[in-house]
Design a protein around this ligand. Structure first.
Ligand code: B1M
Length: 230
């Protein structure tokens, strides 16, 4: 215990610090995560590397122990809170100001699902790449997507689901768009840990995005293709 208290993050080398951050994320230590993020940035790490190698990798360990019944909801919530602390520091660094406007995306986690870390990450990275992003938050019924997409004149609708029980709801949204004759108006990107390519195709999405970087690349490619068609 005393040993832990004695750890001075700034004295660790990069590799040790990243491992310590995985531990600190696991323990839900928000202040330590924020400090670790600041140290890595000051050492010249790119925001993307800090995000993926320190935060996302740490959250993967939390996820495995949650699955295996070693961690429970309260601990995972604390880990999520610590991760959000780190993400808040990275957000302005990822969101380059003055980037050319690429297009507009509304994104939200689907009805019944309150996981938002991955969705927030996608939103951040999209903003960083020059997209305008309207974040609908969590637990969104179909009406929220439709209203926001129309109001914002969005190019892209993004949906996130982290539960096998909520991912089928994405099809409800897509089918409703089809029923209303609106499907072709929007590009639809879906993502979330339990999804895969096959599922994306089966529900009629334009693309399944395995992670935030792929979401950005896919959106860029689609917007470029759309512009070439005009
Ligand atoms: Co939840 N949870 N959880 N949880 N949770 C999972 C998803 C689970 C896999 C854990 C496990 O068992 N290993 C499991 C689902 C099992 C299943 O469905 N088969 C699970 C469960 C069961 C539950 C509850 C039911 C637990 C309970 O209450 N008994 C409950 C459900 C609540 C609800 O939603 N109704 C629940 C609750 C919670 C917390 C509230 C404690 C917390 C969420 C806090 C929050 O989000 N604010 C939580 C967390 C943190 C997790 C894990 C540990 C981590 C998720 C995460 O943030 N990952 C998760 C285990 C895991 O996934 N390994 C788990 C990091 C994030 C960066 O990755 O979200 O995958 P991810 O996003 C990636 C890609 O997927 C992709 O890009 C992102 C960045 O690269 N992506 C998109 C995501 N969305 C996208 C949208 C796009 C494009 C790409 O649109 C274009």
């Amino acid at each position: 215990m005393a040993e832990d208290d004695d750890i001075i993050l700034s004295e660790l080398d990069d590799e040790e610090l990243v491992l310590q951050m995985h531990d600190d994320l696991y323990d839900g230590l928000r202040a330590e995560i924020e400090e670790g993020v600041n140290i890595l940035i000051a050492r010249g790490w790119t925001p993307y590397d800090v995000l993926t190698r320190a935060l996302v990798a740490g959250m993967t360990i939390v996820g495995a122990d949650f699955r295996d019944g070693i961690l429970f909801v309260p601990e995972v919530l604390q880990a999520a809170n610590a991760m959000k602390g780190g993400m808040a520091i990275l957000k302005p660094l990822l969101v380059e100001t003055g980037a050319p406007r690429m297009g507009k995306m509304v994104i939200g986690t689907v009805k019944g699902d309150i996981h938002d870390i991955g969705k927030n990450l996608v939103a951040m990275m999209m903003e960083g790449a020059g997209f305008e992003v309207v974040d609908l938050g969590i637990n969104n019924p179909v009406e929220n997507y439709l209203e926001a997409a129309a109001r914002e004149e969005a190019d892209i609708i993004g949906m996130s689901a982290l539960l096998t029980t909520t991912m089928p709801y994405m099809k409800v949204v897509i089918d409703t768009l089809k029923d209303q004759g609106l499907r072709e108006r929007y590009m639809i990107l879906v993502g979330g840990a339990p999804l895969n390519e096959e599922f994306g195709r089966a529900i009629g999405a334009d693309a399944y995005c395995r992670d935030a970087a792929i979401a950005v690349q896919t959106a860029k490619d689609m917007i470029a293709r759309k512009h070439n068609q005009i």
